[in-house]
Design a protein. Sequence first.
Length: 255
Amino acid sequence: MVELKTDTSIESMYEAGQVVGRALTAVQKAADVGVSLLELDEVAREVLREAGATSPFLGYRPTLANTPFPAVICASVNDAIVHGIPTGYRLRDGDLVSIDCGAQLGGWAGDSAISFTVGRPRPADVRLIEAAEQALAAGIAAAVVGNRIGDIAHAIGTVCRGGGYGIMDDFGGHGIGRRMHEDPPVPNEGRPGRGLALRHGMVLAIEPMLIAGGTDEYHAAPDGWTLKTNDGSRAAHTEHTVAITDAGPRVLTAR
């Protein structure tokens, strides 16, 4: 069931979203050659603590997971697409890093992700990240009252496929509200004019995930969480929590 949020609830979700935005900004600022992924996780934890927020990631255990997630960020490096567990790995020159973060504040959740490079960027990585950001922007632009979920999916998929990038079939965006994952699912590829109609008060986490090699194939790493490209190519992940309103899409996790 899809819950329509009141305007007051959307304002509360904005507060949660701003905590997420601050956490991601702080993590990206701290990310440098030699910094460990665990250190980046601690940066995000401190932002959440200062805001009086909790993490919907920490301890999260969906049905298919063997263990609860042990961190407040997902830190996915190079050929890791999403759900990377922060470890003692220290960032190297040229690494492509995707950070996903959530916050729970006042009973409401926010969820957002960014991709960036550390040190000297590879031109191909720059293009990949730009395409991910463009796909996210296209998805947000399609998130208007009167459109359908398929219009968002089509907008994202058009950018991804147009750049020659792969898309994970089984993963995409989702509804969000009092819980991090709610209905409806928001695919990253689809047919326009299909799916659930968008209405004022719906709040969606829109999140393109692009695979540089053009393949859609991926696998789970031995940790049971990290999803990696099968061809070893790099990946990028972007995400915003977006409210559907009569005045147009409102990005609640804007940084």
